[in-house]
Design a protein around this ligand. Structure first.
Ligand code: GCU
Length: 337
């Protein structure tokens, strides 16, 4: 029943709002009686409305409304109601959905170079992370999906990812032995969990709470705001701040839809997404700190491990990428100040 219900919901939403166009123009009667065109862009993502990335998207909706004086509307569908991240990306490719916010890990199957962000300990800290994303390499990767109808608009901070489990504190990689750990739909995430000694299990984000609750997996990994806002902390009382990856979120627009927009609308979308990215970076720090306070108050044991043991364990995995396209991108990331 549980898995049946979202299916129905997705079906109904697609049938009622998503059928033919995604850039929909309609004529509204204004007070003066004159007709005006309103362009609607539909945006779907999988996070909870209490998540700081959703707040950034709401901010963007407001800015688009202001910039266009009401002529451009963003319709937001959160919580995975239009499907998982890979499903939303596919809907962008065929132009049935205008925009999505996805983890760059889910982009790996479409633009493999994005996988570089999934390599463990690729970034030194948050400052290094943003220097890379704001720099040449970040811009290059953002636009790489264009050939696949996936135009990148901006990055959002998704912090660092950390392990959490239903049964025990993961203090060293040795604790991961025999544990089933949920991963995103990403080959690199699978390799990383194996390198650390765990058993990777790909599951969509929307199904993770139930999977943890029913013991399908013993743990997962994510940033603090996602762990908290999706209530995974209710079932996983052990959280280890090992910070293995910093995988950005990406805001995408279907290239098919983009090409149908006027230069003026394109400019509004570009400006509002850049402003939303800046807005979200500041909010992120605050919401991460808040999430940690809240999960502790709800009985979670937060553990800060020695990162060295984790870094050493993944080194052979990183070595295996030397000389490959991903390995060369990692070298470029590390060379950034
Ligand atoms: C992060 C990210 C999401 C992604 C999730 C996941 O929370 O922001 O976009 O879906 O990780 O682990 O699947």
């Amino acid at each position: 029943m549980k898995s049946f219900f979202p299916g129905i919901l997705v079906g109904c939403l697609l049938a009622t709002v998503g059928y033919a166009f995604f850039v929909k123009t309609q004529n509204n009667n204004s007070d003066s009686g004159a007709q005006r065109r309103v362009t609607k862009l539909k945006l779907a993502h999988t996070l909870d409305p209490s998540h700081p990335v959703h707040a950034a998207i709401v901010f963007m909706k407001k800015r688009l409304n202001e910039l266009s004086d009401g002529a451009l509307e963003l319709d937001i569908y959160p919580s995975g109601v239009l499907g998982s991240e890979p499903q939303c990306i596919e809907q962008l490719q065929n132009g049935v959905l205008a925009m999505t916010k996805t983890s760059s890990a889910a982009m790996e199957g479409f633009t493999p170079d994005m996988g570089v962000f999934g390599l463990p300990y690729a970034f030194r800290d948050s400052k290094h992370f943003w220097n890379v994303l704001d720099g040449e390499l970040g811009k290059e990767l953002l636009m790489q999906g264009e050939k696949k109808n996936l135009r990148g608009l901006c990055y959002f901070d998704a912090g660092s990812r950390n392990f959490y489990s239903t049964s025990k504190q993961i203090k060293t990689p040795a604790d991961l032995k025999g544990m089933k750990i949920r991963v995103q739909s990403s080959k690199i995430a699978i390799e990383m969990i194996k390198a650390l000694g765990g058993s990777p299990t790909p599951i969509s984000f929307g199904e993770l709470y139930t999977s943890l609750q029913q013991g399908v997996v013993d743990g997962a990994e994510n940033n603090a705001p996602s762990y908290f806002s999706n209530r995974h902390h209710e079932v996983c009382k052990y959280f280890t701040l090992d910070g293995h990856t910093r995988i950005p979120d990406v805001l995408l627009i279907s290239t098919k839809v983009w090409k149908r927009l006027s230069p003026q609308v394109q400019q509004w979308v570009t400006q509002a997404s850049n402003e939303a990215s800046q807005f979200q970076r500041e909010l992120w720090q605050k919401k991460t700190a808040e999430a940690l306070v809240k999960v502790k108050a709800d009985g979670v044991e937060v553990y800060i491990p020695d990162q060295k043991a984790f870094v050493e364990k993944v080194q052979p995995m990183l070595d295996a990428y030397k000389g490959t396209s991903i390995g060369n991108l990692l070298d470029r990331i590390r060379a950034v100040e």
